[in-house]
Each structure stands twice: as C-alpha cells, then as structure tokens.
Write a new protein. Structure first.
Length: 92
C-alpha cells in the first residue's frame, strides 16, 4: 500500500468518528472504539478498492470511504446496544 492510501485511511478512519462526536451528545464517550472501527473499515475499503481497480482506488476511497465508515460505525453502535439490551436483566 502506498503512503497516500495509508494517510487517507488514517484521516478518514479517525475524522468521521471525530465529526460524529462533535455533532452528537453521546458519541464522545465512544470515540475510541468508533475510531478503531473507522480505521479498520477504512483499511478494508482501501484494500477492496485497490483489488477492484488500482487506477481509481484513491478516488473511490475519497468519495465512498467516509460514507462507508459512517455506516459501519453506526452499525457497530447499534450492535453494541443490541447486545447490551440482550444481556441486561428484565425490568419487571
């Protein structure tokens, strides 16, 4: 992987969770885990885009990467809430 792709993965993977934390009340507490998920998803996207089309991989990462990271972080948050709800004792 070239240095530009790595820099884009780091900036997208950590920038999207930071923006989510700024514009939300409860995302600041989850910033560390959201950043880890964002970095993993951005790296996965970069590898997938590079395998599909090496010529346009940077353009695809710049245009679709933030949206995919946003969706993945929201999905991870929903999964954590579902697991926590499942493990909590019944209220009545």
């Amino acid at each position: 992987m070239e240095p530009l792709t790595i820099a884009l993965c780091i900036s997208i993977g950590t920038g999207v969770p930071w923006l989510m934390a700024i514009h939300s009340d409860n995302s600041a507490r989850q910033l560390f885990w959201n950043s880890l998920v964002g970095l993993a998803v951005a790296l996965t996207c970069a590898v997938a885009f590079d395998s599909l089309s090496p010529l346009y991989s940077i353009l695809a990462l710049i245009s679709a990467g933030p949206l995919i990271v946003l969706l993945a972080v929201n999905l991870a948050q929903a999964a954590c809430r579902a697991v926590a709800r499942r493990m909590s004792p019944p209220l009545g």
